[in-house]
Design a protein around this ligand. Structure first.
Ligand SMILES: CNc1nc2cc3c(=O)[nH]c(N)nc3c(CCN)c2[nH]1
Length: 367
């Protein structure tokens, strides 16, 4: 893997990440495809929208369809028909959202949400599955503590994350795939610093900022990101897990983060909300019933080129899935174009102006 920082503007930076299945320009937004698909979009749609990398999830795929079926296809790229890079999360975060699981230093035992059977997940098993999936970027198996966890609980999860990161790297015997470490530490500055030093001391191809965007105050999200980034090497990609909205991404890019993933754009699309250059647009609202305008006249996507707000309003009103499909396509296209503009503004030295303008637009609500 090669990562090169091309230009900086303050802490914001433009980079190029060369991976086995292709090149990714950073800062980058990664659409989330948990069950080996980005909901309601084909790989052709994603390619047309300009997506360069998508995210999928070890936890879900090992349960269904199971790693054997994906091995049968020669890996996840073949299974889902996506030829460009894929990042797979390690299962740490997903498993901790399940009730009644048993965790010890070996790993996590939980009841499958699919059929209730007992399943065991450890750093070694997570690495084995991700190697079989063939993802370009694999994530270390981590323990993300719950948002309301107190200092002792976060400390324990952070120490365990360090031991599991060592075991993840030890078990990561593969060519042509890279492994990112994940920094925890909750909202405690001393634990954040300690975790960043521990994880970087192991040495990974890139580093993720974990344990955030799980309901904490925005100010804490930003402060913990600043502390973590301070102890991450300049020449490695930095991935903020689970963020986020356009305005959060701008704040994080401004603090030196390169990679983002979030279900936000596709999830709000399914609920009838579009992202536009003038803010959020609610296509269910009656003021769109007669509008012959495109969702966003500045957008060149298939949805904006071919349909009016009135038509999409009608589809959503009638519960036609095409409405959700067209908005999902638009929102992913918007996020890709939004990141194009983020990179361009950093290259032109106008990132702060761009950030200020877009944060005004997005904090003043919808159009
Ligand atoms: C939506 N907010 C959010 N916070 C996360 C933290 C972790 C985290 O701390 N660890 C891992 N492995 N994944 C996380 C994820 C999933 C990213 N697709 C997060 N998502």
């Amino acid at each position: 893997m090669e990562f090169e920082v091309k230009k900086t503007s303050g802490k914001a930076r433009v980079g190029v990440l060369k991976l086995p299945h292709g090149v990714v320009r950073t800062p980058v937004f990664m659409p989330v495809g948990t069950n080996a698909n980005v909901k309601l979009l084909t790989p052709r749609d994603l390619e047309e929208a300009g997506a360069e990398i998508v995210l999928s999830n070890t936890f879900h795929l090992m349960l269904k369809p199971g790693v054997e079926i994906i091995r049968l296809h020669g890996g996840l790229h073949k299974f889902m028909g996506w030829k460009k890079p894929i990042l797979t999360d390690s299962g740490g975060f997903q498993v901790f959202s399940l009730p009644k699981l048993k965790i010890d230093d070996e790993g996590v035992t939980f009841k499958s949400p699919i059929d209730g059977s007992k399943v065991f997940l450890s750093p070694e098993i997570s690495m084995e599955v991700q190697i079989a999936l063939g993802s370009d970027i694999c994530m270390a198996f981590d323990h993300c503590p719950p948002p309301d966890a107190d200092y002792e609980v976060v400390k324990e999860a952070t120490e365990r994350t360090y031991r599991w990161a060592l075991r993840s790297k030890e078990a990561f015997k593969t060519e042509n795939q890279v492994l990112f470490g994940i920094v925890q530490g909750g909202v405690y500055p001393d634990l954040r610093k300690k975790s960043a030093l521990q994880i970087t001391s192991i040495g990974f191809d890139g580093y993720a900022i974990g344990g955030l965007s799980i309901g904490e105050e925005r100010s804490l999200t930003l402060e913990m990101t600043e502390i973590t980034v301070e102890y991450l090497p300049e020449d490695r990609p930095r991935y903020f897990m689970g963020g986020g909205s356009p305005e959060l991404i701008l704040e994080l890019v401004d603090r030196g983060v390169d990679m983002f993933d979030s279900v936000f754009p596709t999830r709000i699309a399914r609920h009838g909300t579009a992202l536009t250059w003038k803010g959020r647009l609610n296509l269910k609202a009656s003021y769109n019933k007669r509008s012959l305008d495109p969702v966003d006249e500045q957008c060149g996507c298939y949805t904006c080129k071919n349909f009016t707000r009135s038509y999409i309003h009608h589809l959503i009103d009638r519960g036609e899935v095409l409405g959700q499909i067209l908005l999902s396509l638009h929102n992913v296209s918007f996020m890709i174009s939004f990141m194009d503009e983020v990179r361009r503004s950093i290259e032109e030295g106008t990132f702060r102006e761009f950030k200020g303008k877009m944060i005004d637009v997005y904090s003043s609500g919808g159009v």
